[in-house]
Design a protein around this ligand. Structure first.
Ligand code: PMP
Length: 348
């Protein structure tokens, strides 16, 4: 018998959003607006090149990101989605049995990737659907190597403010890596939610994680990155699966990065729709936390699965978290209307 790692049998499965044919899918926090200008043409031109390996070091992409963030290229490392960059970060700091702290519920990959890296997940309950930063500091022990701050938090959509975040960073020991995961940053109100890079980027134990999967509309191509102190970024590059970011993904990301006005315009449309959906759901009697992301959270507890089934019967797919609630991605206005019509006919 092959001896597999015992810890893997306890691994929770990553649950992807379902995509039945013909249904409106509001389950995976994708952009509903498709590709940014120029991306499709670039991909079409480059497709003939895929018989070759991509640029291992993703030099043009890293240079574009460095210019975009006004940091040295040494501080950037890329991966196949920010999920892979999470894994690379964990492989950089976690040895067997080390602890990784994160709020819970939060991005479901954190406990999975921690366990795969040989670490022990330490989930810290949210307070009022928001990261409890005090409790997260209190959960840090001498075995803690990393703490994830998902801001805004997936799936509850709430965010922590600048004062709370920098106070938190002050209290985390300097040998613990703080990963500020900003997958949804483009949808957050800049007056309420800090830019982790501007606020904490100069600290030696802070890494900011970003992705092209949401506002940049490239979820299917798999490209994300971190901005980190140069020594950490070097290790994140070492722990990457070689060639994991395809040439198409690298090229598309550079083109997408060159469209900041269009990214902002689309994000503003989503934010306006988010406020409309939130208002309507609240008028129907739902508790809906203030969202800073491209989705809203319905803390329906045990009724969540029933709500999701009702929506699925009406050809709208949302994402239930059994026993906790339902996450609804903000789509196109007519898609959101379909969701709202189903919410109206739901008898919870
Ligand atoms: N972080 C958060 C908080 C997310 O919600 C997601 C995607 N669901 C990711 C990271 C990873 O996204 P990707 O791997 O597509 O970059």
């Amino acid at each position: 018998m092959v001896r597999v790692r015992a810890s893997l049998s306890r691994l929770p499965a990553y649950v992807p959003g379902r995509k039945p044919h013909g249904a409106i899918v509001l389950a995976s926090n994708e952009s509903p607006y498709g590709l940014l200008p120029g991306v499709a043409e670039t991909l079409a031109e480059a497709v003939g090149g895929v018989s070759r390996y991509p640029d291992l070091r993703a030099v043009p992409l890293i240079e574009a990101l460095a210019a975009h963030h006004r940091v040295e290229p040494e501080r950037i490392a890329v991966g196949a989605g920010s999920s892979e960059v999470c894994a690379q970060l964990l492989h950089t700091v976690v040895s067997s049995g080390d602890e990784v702290v994160f709020g819970w519920r939060s991005f479901e990959a954190y406990p999975i990737l921690t366990t795969v890296a040989g670490g022990t997940p330490v989930p810290v309950p949210l307070r009022e659907h928001t990261l409890d930063l005090d409790a997260m500091v209190a959960a840090i022990t001498s075995r803690t190597r990393a703490v994830f701050v998902c801001n805004p938090n997936n799936p509850t959509s709430t965010a922590v403010g600048a004062g709370a975040l920098s106070d938190f960073a002050d209290r985390v020991p300097e040998d613990v890596l703080i990963v500020v995961d900003e997958a949804y940053r483009e949808y957050a109100d800049p007056a309420a939610v800090p830019d982790g890079l501007a606020l904490l980027g100069d600290r030696p134990n802070v890494v900011v994680l970003r992705t092209f999967s949401k506002a940049y509309g490239l979820a299917g191509l798999r490209v994300g990155y971190c901005v980190a102190p140069p020594g950490i970024a070097a290790h994140v590059r070492r722990t990457q699966v070689p060639f994991s970011v395809s040439a198409l993904a690298q090229l598309a990301a550079v083109v997408a990065l060159g469209e900041p006005a269009e990214v902002a315009r689309r994000a503003a449309l989503t934010v306006a729709e988010r406020e409309r959906v939130t208002g309507r759901l609240r008028a129907l009697g739902h508790e809906v936390p203030d969202s800073q992301a491209n989705f809203v959270w319905l803390p329906l507890g045990g009724d969540g699965e029933n709500f999701a089934l009702h929506c699925a019967d009406g050809q709208v797919v949302v994402r239930p978290f059994p026993g906790e609630g339902v996450r609804v991605t903000i789509g196109l206005p007519e898609e959101n209307d379909a969701l709202l019509a189903l919410a109206e006919t739901w008898k919870g």
